[in-house]
Design a protein around this ligand. Sequence first.
Ligand SMILES: *Cc1c(COP(=O)(O)O)cnc(C)c1O
Length: 358
Amino acid sequence: MSEEVRIRQVISDLPGYKAGAKPPSVEGQIPYKLSSNENPLTPLPSVIADITSALADINRYPDPMASQLTSRLAELLQVDEACLALGTGSVGVCQQIVQAMCDAGDEVIFAWRSFEAYPIILDIAGAVSVRVPLTQDGSHDLSAMANAITEKTKLIFVCTPNNPTGNIVKDADLTEFLKKVPSHILVVVDEAYIEFNRDEDAANGLEAFKASSNVAVLRTFSKAYGLAGLRVGYVVAPPHVAAAVRKTAVPFGVSNIAQIAAISSLDHASELNSRVEELVTLREWFESEIVKLGFNLVTSQANFIWLGLAERSEAFMQACANTAIAIRCFPNEGVRITIGERPALEALLPICAQFAPN
Ligand SMILES: *Cc1c(COP(=O)(O)O)cnc(C)c1O
């Protein structure tokens, strides 16, 4: 009998990334997708105009160094260009970082539950995921994370605001934590949702980067800037780390259209910031309605909220699906609801009321 070609065991065992579900179609209901933390607003007309005129160049490879975008970001963030590396979304950059830094068997520490891409990326690289449970209120347990450091630790992810709980890591806590991390271990602060933060005590990854030799910050154009479909994100890291991260990129991964859309978005930052402000206002309204229903919420600083519904999570997801709304369910833990369109959130309130604690 002929033998099948062999896939690496770790890949065969991998569940694969579960993207947020599409809303099911329900007769008479407008479908809403609140399952992927996307920006509900359509792109700015000026961004569309800029990328439309760039379509004529798609027979050419893009600038592999994304020179223009890199220099814009360096100026904006007040960092050296050598400290920047771009990739296909910050998930792409995250994968580049792991490939640049982790040999098989190296350990990477992160909070759990946190961003679901971390363990998948680590499995693919043959690195070892060290998950440190969140505290009861969904915060990073930084002292437990510090205690989890071993000889084999290469990297630590700190996700703030954390996906899916929405909590931030406090500045003072991050500073304290960084003192306990040996200087040869890189701490990657994942700030995918930082634009939605309104807590003045929150950690600022960029400041931490500027104050240390082993901190990197991951940011993305996908969430606040509404470019999830174009795949562009970046890391600010010590120059030798950024150089290594550029080497592990998919060649020409960030398209010219993505580069132009990102630059155009930076050109229209104030318009985009007011859109973010609207979403923050909507979040605050939704949270106050949820609290009125009797839920005990931890204030979210991201564009989603978390309800720790435990064993009722799947029933909640089903109830949402019945009204054509997709949310993200973590069975037996909770649900994550993206702050999307206002009518969708209004439609969710009666469902939330059914699931409110008595
Ligand atoms: C959405 C998200 C990202 C980045 O997504 P990209 O679209 O790949 O930039 C990174 N980290 C966290 C925690 C996220 O939730």
